[in-house]
Design a protein around this ligand. Sequence first.
Ligand code: 13P
Length: 341
Amino acid sequence: MNLEQLNRIATAMVQPGKGILAADESSSTIKKRFDAIGVESTPENRRDYRELLFRSTDAMRNYISGVILYDETIRQSAKDGTPLVKLIEQAGSIPGIKVDTGAKPLPFCPGETVTEGLDGLRERLKEYYGLGARFAKWRAVIDIGRDIPSYTCIKANAHALARYAALCQEADIVPIVEPEVLMDGDHDIDRCAVVTEWVLKEVYQELYYNRVVLEGTVLKPNMVIAGKKCAKQASVEEVAEKTIMVLKRCVPAAVPGIAFLSGGQSDEEATAHLNAMNRIGGFPWKMTFSYGRALQAAPQKAWSGKPENVSAAQAAFSHRAKMNGLATLGQWKPELEKRAA
Ligand code: 13P
């Protein structure tokens, strides 16, 4: 393990002003996104769409530190034959790879899942390193409901995350550790705070027992936020304060940075929350974004599968990337959205 390299990559991933583009939708997830814009999900269309993103020079050079890819994408080439990985590298951004194989039902725990993908992971990581990946992602999913999450579910997912992270570091790949507490339910923000704290405590315990070196990791958590179906939605300030509070209780200062997922927040909410946290400040880690939907919803809509819309889609992507880049510095303002519209 080359700790100096791991720490250098992790630090670059969370550098102020930039964040991570999560473009690692599995084939079934990207099909859902394409269905919504009336585009058939073929390998060529998926390639064209992702090529459009990675050729968005303004966004990629100035605001995107790294890109998370899916297995298919890391092997694909642009229309002119340039490997997509090369496009990312040429823009000064770091290629990464999703390595889990998805959340599967957890026996005897109704409504809960455990993320799989450890078998053969050592060999796959070696191959991905050869293909250019310098960081990886593994997403654990924790749902909040009447009698869930169970300790069984939290423990199983935390252990798998730690096993994954150790294998990554052995292969000189920075692990993004992503325990996502979903915002799908009707729970309030305080319930989310309690569950997120519990999950993060278990995750850091397991990382320790599995000898993961925190300086060579990046945490990708949910924000502490009310469930989508909760009647009482929290203010931007409350989300920012409670998220910082929970993270301070759980995440050691040795972790270089925290890159949030957007999890179903609107584009502007995801930006406003990140901005509010960076304005408050006073925490030991960098705080940035690793957004999927909150970066891609606008360009997907603008593109809608039509070649003549490519530059409009790139402009939409660059705008969201810039807004979130500003949010990492606490310099975003709602007026900046209106002016662009
Ligand atoms: P969202 O920002 O759409 O939640 O996706 C981020 C991600 O990579 C989830 O694993």
